[in-house]
Design a protein around this ligand. Structure first.
Ligand SMILES: [Zn+2]
Length: 283
C-alpha cells in the first residue's frame, strides 16, 4: 500500500494523519499539534514519500475545513466485530486490527471516547491506519473498502453504547513561562545535520537491531532480547520501547543504558560519530 497516497486521501477528507515509529504505536511527531491543524502537503511528503514511515495514525475528532467528526469503533475481538458488522445496515470503511476491527464513521455530533462491552469508541486520539504493522507483526488490513459512512451519532450503529462518563473538570495547568521547547525533529528536514541524531532516533527503533525481542508487559513498553554484545543464552537485554533505551543485565557497555546510536556503535565496533554516519546512510 502506498502510504503517501493514503495520507493524501485522509488529507482530502479533512483528517490528520501522523507518522508512527516502526513496530510500535508511538507517534514520531508531537501528534497533538495535528488535532488542531492538518499536516501540510510538505510534511506528508517528508514523512511518507520515500517512505520514511510505513506506520501511521489517523487522528479522530473534529475534521478540518469540513463538517463532522471522525469516530472509530474499535472491537477487541474479530468475531464480535464481524457479527456487529453483518447486523449493521450501513456499510462503512473497516480495517482488521491485530485481534479485532476498526469501523470508521463521520458523525454530526462529537463522539466521546467510551468503553463498551467488547471494545471502545474512539472520539479523540489516533488509531493505527491500514497498512501499519502492529507490534505483534500483524498488519492492519482493509476489510471493507467502502467510503466512511456519515451518521448523526454513533448510537445509530451501536444503540447499546453506554453514556459517556461526565467530563471531570481538571484544574487548569499553570501557564508555561519557560522558553518554548526545541523544534520538533520533523520540523527540519532530515538532511539538516544539527537534527540528524534526533531524526535517527525518530526513524529507527532499537528493536530493528535486536532480533527476537519479546514484549514483557501489557503496556508494550518493556521488552527483552538476547544481548548481541555478548554470548547471551538468556535474554539479558532490556528495552524501554517508549524512551528507546536498552541495556544489558550482564553488564555490556559498562552496564550503562544505550540509545540507538550507542547500540549501533557497539554492534559495529565503531565510534558514535561513525555510527551516526552509517545510520544516516540508512535513512
Ligand atoms: Zn550483554
Amino acid at each position: 500500500m502506498d502510504v503517501l497516497s493514503e495520507a493524501i486521501k485522509w488529507f482530502g477528507l479533512g483528517v490528520s494523519v501522523v507518522p508512527v515509529r516502526s513496530r510500535s504505536k508511538v507517534a514520531a511527531v508531537r501528534w497533538t499539534e495535528y488535532t488542531r491543524r492538518l499536516p501540510t502537503p510538505e510534511e506528508l511528503i517528508r514523512w511518507f514519500a520515500r517512505p520514511l514511515f510505513r506506520n501511521y495514525g489517523v487522528i479522530c475528532g473534529k475534521r478540518h475545513g469540513q463538517p463532522g467528526y471522525l469516530a472509530v469503533l474499535d472491537f477487541d475481538n474479530l468475531d464480535a466485530g464481524l457479527d456487529w458488522l453483518l447486523s449493521m445496515r450501513t456499510q462503512t470503511y473497516t480495517v482488521a486490527t491485530a485481534r479485532g476491527l476498526h469501523a470508521y464513521f463521520i458523525t454530526d455530533e462529537p463522539a466521546q471516547t467510551t468503553n463498551f462491552a467488547g471494545g471502545n469508541l474512539k472520539g479523540n486520539g489516533y488509531v493505527m491506519a491500514a497498512g501499519s504493522v502492529h507490534p505483534s507483526g500483524a498488519i492492519y488490513t482493509v476489510l471493507t473498502d467502502a467510503p466512511i459512512a456519515n451518521i448523526r451519532s454513533i448510537r445509530e450503529v451501536l444503540p447499546d453504547l453506554p453514556e459517556p462518563e461526565p467530563v471531570k473538570r481538571e484544574p487548569r495547568p499553570p501557564a508555561i513561562l519557560s522558553k518554548p521547547e526545541p523544534q520538533d525533529a520533523w520540523e527540519s528536514a532530515e538532511w539538516q545535520r544539527p537534527n540528524l541524531i534526533e531524526t535517527i532516533r525518530a526513524r529507527f527503533d532499537l528493536r530493528d537491531f535486536l532480533m527476537g525481542a519479546r514484549k514483557t508487559d501489557a503496556s508494550g513498553r518493556w521488552w527483552l532480547a538476547r544481548c548481541p554484545l555478548h554470548d547471551d543464552h538468556n535474554p539479558s537485554m532490556w528495552i524501554d520501547a517508549e524512551r528507546q533505551l536498552c541495556g544489558c543485565y550482564a553488564g555490556c557497555n559498562g552496564g550503562r543504558p544505550m540509545d540507538i546510536v550507542n547500540l549501533a556503535a557497539a554492534l559495529w565496533n565503531c565510534s558514535n560519530s561513525e555510527a551516526v554516519e552509517r545510520l544516516r546512510q540508512m535513512l
